[in-house]
Write a protein that binds this ligand. Structure first.
Ligand SMILES: [Zn+2]
Length: 455
């Protein structure tokens, strides 16, 4: 059940008055004080101070804050609850030509938990170090920065008198950090989303310690594999073939060799982290419990291991499947396997789930030029090593680009003392101002979903 309430349409008289004011003063809703850097930073701090960490994120306070920002920018907004208690705030900056496919700027409002005693400053205080200008807070990089940078960029564009040709939507979504099923998962597959006629989505990227920004065209797909070995139990003193433990160990050795080969390619600089198949053992389960630990003179009849495998959409999936069936969990060694999760490396049209960054995707060139025009440098397109909400959009065959404008910044997402410097934050707003302007002004028609499906 979707609760969709247009809160702006509360008081008719007030609304009429507001319209009258807007008609009289087309650009006066954004004042000089609104776009000066100290108020920009205060608004960022205000958002960072809302504790939206799992478990129990304060989603309503975050939604109210975003709604207040929407009001200050005269943007239409609705609060959608695809799942009760998990609000998604959708903002709309209407374009002059609503027939053109729209632009969607996505960000998530939730953050991962923090261990306050391991931080130099409390993770929800948004303390600014006076000498370095670092703003310390959970979410300062991942990704409250991006959500508010979009809004600040729009504030600046409004102040300059710019009006979009295409409609620009902003979605502030819950639950990205716990898989996104109740957030973007529901949103991307809704009627509301369909009616938005989205042509391009911007979503999160990663900080870059160098002076170029990082940009992502795909992400690795999680395959969570559990392999299980069975064998006859026996005395702990007996040497015999086909014990569950022996069979599982053979598999683990094989997995380790594969892991080393993949990792070596990264270490040698032949492939980027997102371009190889990573596999890490995350659990081992075996043994017969006893009151003091485990029975020591018994070889158990079952043993299991779990692996977090990340597969780039460019990988040879058939060969990985063969490897799992023939080497990691072969029936010849009494082994079976199951996937706890297996994300497809293909979109719904059967194409590899990635966004083109060649001439076939005009949004890519627009992004590159816009960043260059704002004096930013862009690195080589990469595959995101972990998962983001962008996959839900790419699954629909839509182009989605992962980008968070943070250069000269250590990668601290999910880490202690996550911070972003004031200057990088402000620079990021200029970058988005340039990108949003370019995207919202782009007049060329874009192939719609139907024609893409026919290709
Ligand atoms: Zn994130």
């Amino acid at each position: 059940m979707i609760r969709s309430d247009y809160r702006r349409r509360g008081h008719h008289l007030l609304a009429l008055l507001a319209i009258a004011v807007i008609l009289l003063l087309p650009t006066a809703t954004v004042t000089v004080e609104d776009t000066d850097s100290s108020s920009i930073i205060s608004r960022f701090q205000e958002y960072l101070r809302i504790n939206t960490a799992h478990p129990g994120p304060n989603y309503n306070e975050a939604a109210d804050f975003i709604a207040s920002q929407a009001k200050s920018l005269s943007l239409d907004f609705q609060i959608l609850e695809f799942v009760k208690g998990k609000p998604l705030v959708l903002l709309k900056w209407a374009g002059k030509n609503p027939a053109l496919p729209s632009v969607l700027l996505n960000s998530h409002t939730d953050v991962v938990p923090a261990e306050p005693h391991k931080w130099d400053h409390p993770p929800f205080q948004a303390h600014i170090d006076p000498s370095s200008g670092h703003i310390y807070a959970r979410g300062s990089q991942d990704m409250k920065c991006v959500g508010l940078q979009y809004l600040e960029a729009i504030r600046k564009l409004q102040a300059s008198g710019f009006r979009p040709l295409r409609t620009v939507y902003l979605s502030f979504v819950p639950d990205e950090e716990i898989g996104g099923n109740d957030g973007v998962g529901k949103f991307a597959n809704s009627e509301i989303f369909k009616n938005m006629n989205v042509a391009i989505i911007l979503d999160e990227g990663l900080a870059s310690p160098a002076d170029n920004y990082r940009v992502f065209y795909a992400e690795r797909c999680p395959w969570w594999l559990v392999i299980k070995a069975t064998g006859a139990p026996g005395h702990g003193a007996k040497l015999y073939d086909n014990t569950a433990m022996e069979n599982l160990l053979k598999s683990i050795e094989s997995v380790r060799r594969f892991r080393a080969v993949q990792f070596d390619m990264v270490k040698a600089g032949l492939k980027a982290e997102g371009e190889v198949i990573s596999v890490n053992m995350v659990f081992l389960k075996a043994g017969t419990p006893s009151p003091t630990g485990f029975v020591m003179n018994l070889q158990p009849s079952e043993a299991q291991a779990g692996f977090d495998i990340r597969v780039p959409p460019t990988a040879d999936v058939a060969s990985l499947e063969r490897r799992i069936g023939e080497e990691w969990a072969p029936a010849t060694r009494n082994m079976t396997f199951e996937f706890k999760q297996r994300a497809s490396t293909y979109d719904k049209f059967g194409k590899p789930i990635l966004t083109a960054f060649d001439g076939s995707n005009p949004w890519w060139a627009l992004l590159e030029d816009a960043i260059k025009n704002a004096s930013g440098k862009l690195g080589k397109p990469e595959i995101f090593p972990a998962s983001t909400d962008a996959r839900y959009f790419r699954e629909l065959g839509l182009p989605a680009i992962g980008f968070s404008p943070m250069a000269n910044t250590p990668i601290l997402l999910h880490d202690h003392n996550e911070f972003l410097s004031k200057n990088e934050y402000l620079r990021g707003i200029d970058i988005y101002e340039s990108i949003i302007k370019a995207y919202a002004s782009y007049a060329e028609p874009v192939k719609d979903e139907a024609s893409r499906a026919e290709l």
